[in-house]
Design a protein around this ligand. Sequence first.
Ligand code: ASP
Length: 513
Amino acid sequence: MLPNSENMSEVELVEVARPEDNEKNERCSQPLDEVESIRDGFNIWIFLKRNAFLILTMAAVALGIGLGFALRYINMSEREITYLTFPGELLLRMLKMMVLPLVVSSIIAGISNVDRKDFGKIGLRIIIYYLVTTVVATFTGIFLAVFIKPGKSSRHASESSPAKTEDVHSLDAFLDLIRNMFPSNLVEACFRKYLTVNPSSNSSGNPIGATNISTNTPIAGTSDGINVVGLLVFSIAFGLILSSMGSEGKPLRDLFNCMNKAIMRLVSIVIWYSPVGIIFLLAGQVVKMTDAAEIGRDVGMYTLTVVTGLIIHGCVTLPLIYVIVTRKNPLRFYGGILQALSTAFGTSSSSATLPVTLRCMEENLKMDKQVTRFMLPVGATMNMDGSALYEAVAALFIAQVNDMDFNFGQIIVLSLVVTAASTGAPGIPQAGMVTMLIVLSSTGLPTEDISLLLMVDWILDRLRTATNVLGDCIGVGVVQHLSRHELQTSSPTETNLVLEENPPSKSISTKME
Ligand code: ASP
């Protein structure tokens, strides 16, 4: 982990990522120097400083589990367990507090900074690539979680206890999603969402406004939680309009850029509290569980499922897309970006890895700067295949642990929420954990169970970040190949991506300043 890079805001990272030619090597090399200095000699203090967060998190996991087991000997009442988990509850509350400003500002800032002229044929290819790979990653995660059933690996698998099913009609769930995409009240969308409830169901939702419950007619109501799909649709539309407003839209763009920068700093600070929260959340979880080995097995299976999914996506799906589109050997490509992948693994941050990713793509693989300087900064913020896959598995894992079976309609809703949530996650460590809360609350799953995910997030975050970066790099390869004719024929004055009056340093990322 490179704390310096981690603490850098995305804006600062983008600045490093789009150096002026004459100062490129100097500025780009900063984070690289840090990585290289690790190789030069082993200094225990530097090692501890760089890995402080990782060490604290692992210590918190061990301490939380130990404390939980010790407290199991005292027969704690429900009330006492609530007091025990109080510091963990604070962590969850802080993370939830971040969700709304983080997602809205990250999407509006990300989209409004893309110059509308950039949305030519190449822009369309980029959007299609991002969308297709994120959806494929999400469905890989869903398929594996449904197939492996990590949350039912032990007791649940052997017992024949009937699963709780959400008695929500698939069509109703789908229509609710569409309704939620267009919230009638934006302020209400910040804390409530539309929910159709079947009167005979034992839905976990909390419908309000139900009047006639004596018939089988679905009742229109609302349930607690952020309407993330609605806010997302609004943010995308708003960002697109802002990007088309030129200098007129600058004040608002600056506002959202600044808000995004500030909220990311806040997240980086809150993350340092997470080891404390983890200790008490885990201790509470261990005290409450009936069979300790069962939780261990479930979490182990969950980790295995996510890792399997990331391997399939990174070693099969993405190289396959690359080979099919470019007809080139992906091994050479992987060799060129190895340093970026290991930096992503080390930093758990796509944004902190950005300078290394740019260097690998431009210097090792000689990729076109017009594409790399456009796609990589956007990809580091918005294209998160690894996070999408992880969030899909994690949501279904928590559903399985709680004996809730998702029907087809709910799985479709989950896939859309996961795709949206991963897009809204910034490229900083454990951002997926914040957006995971959106996924859980949007799908009616208990957010407290996030403690099960926190236990292993220190390693899964690293693996999914490496997959995120890999997805961005393969995207450059694919889009560059598909756009080779446009790129060849476009002179600096004509190109859609980099305009003469809008050189690299002032194109996509300029408005981030
Ligand atoms: N850490 C990831 C990244 O930077 C985001 C996440 O937590 O899912 O790409």
